[in-house]
Ligand binder design. Structure first.
Ligand SMILES: [Zn+2]
Length: 276
């Protein structure tokens, strides 16, 4: 896996993706460039808008940027970045509240047995940490009270600009203290020679769950794991240093922008237990 430079959670180098013909079948939906106004708001929050697109995701219209999706209302709440801490593990301003709490999670059958098995692994990864958040698998497609707190859905998106987005989280925790409503997994990944194993997919799911409950990228300052040098900034969602985590580089954190970790390292565990 690492030999292929599979960047879990976000991107895969397209060098490895010259597969099949360029049939470029119809996309699920037309994707448009973001308006200058919206781009400015995202840039003010230090998101990398170079591949940002207006799109529909999990039933709502908004913008896909990095491995996140924000509705326009959420973008409006992204304020100017404040002072950016010069350290490594970060959380958003809003966290899941009401501890101890059980978070239900479901996965679309569109992701198949692989998706189902991977979610079980990801749930166990979190539950084994012993935090006050317990994750529980429930059936997909429930309505009302039976609707999972975090739904895992399928989307299909081709490689672009040398990268493929593996997963995409629907924002960060809400002001009310609930997790983001879910995340998507790009089934295009499954078609490639670097198609994930159960544990690799579970690693990406654990990363996206991390966003849903308030973790920003460990390397948000530099996105060094993606071979980039940009600053994601503190955003309106905040980028608050988590005490007890390292101040140096932490390339094996599962919350790196572009992997390659697929399991929690000790700093990830400490960060989780500090918050929850
Ligand atoms: Zn991410």
């Amino acid at each position: 896996m690492k030999k292929t430079k599979l960047f879990l959670s976000l991107f895969v180098l397209a060098t490895f993706l010259f597969i099949g013909c360029n049939s470029d079948e119809n996309q699920d939906q037309v994707q448009e460039e973001v308006s200058p106004d919206v781009a400015a708001k995202l840039q003010a929050a230090y998101f990398d808008t170079s591949s940002a697109k207006v799109t529909t995701f999990m039933g709502e219209e908004g913008v896909a940027v990095e491995d996140m999706f924000f509705t326009f209302a959420q973008i409006d709440e992204l304020g100017e970045g404040s002072n950016i801490p010069n350290t490594e593990h970060y959380r958003t301003t809003n966290l899941v509240t009401g501890l101890p709490r059980t978070i239900t999670v479901s996965v679309s059958p569109d992701l198949g047995t692989l998706g189902s098995n991977a979610l079980d692994v990801a749930i166990n990864m979190y539950n084994n940490l012993g935090s006050q958040l317990t994750f529980q698998r429930v059936a997909f497609g429930g309505k009302g009270r039976n609707k999972a707190n975090i739904e895992v859905t399928e989307f299909y998106e081709l490689e672009s600009g040398g990268f493929i987005t593996l997963g995409r989280a629907a924002g960060f925790p809400t002001r009310k203290g609930d997790p983001a409503k879910g995340f998507g997994i790009n089934s295009r990944w499954f078609e490639l020679s670097i198609a994930p194993t159960v544990n690799e997919l579970a690693g990406t799911m654990a990363h996206e769950i991390g966003h849903c409950i308030g973790f920003r990228h460990t390397d948000y300052q530099t996105r060094e794991s993606c071979g980039q040098n940009v600053n994601e900034g503190s955003a309106g969602v905040g980028a608050i240093y988590i005490p007890g985590t390292p101040t140096g580089s932490d390339p094996n954190s599962i919350m790196q922008s572009c992997g390659p970790a697929i399991t929690f390292n000790n700093n990830d565990k400490n960060a989780m237990l500090t918050l929850y």
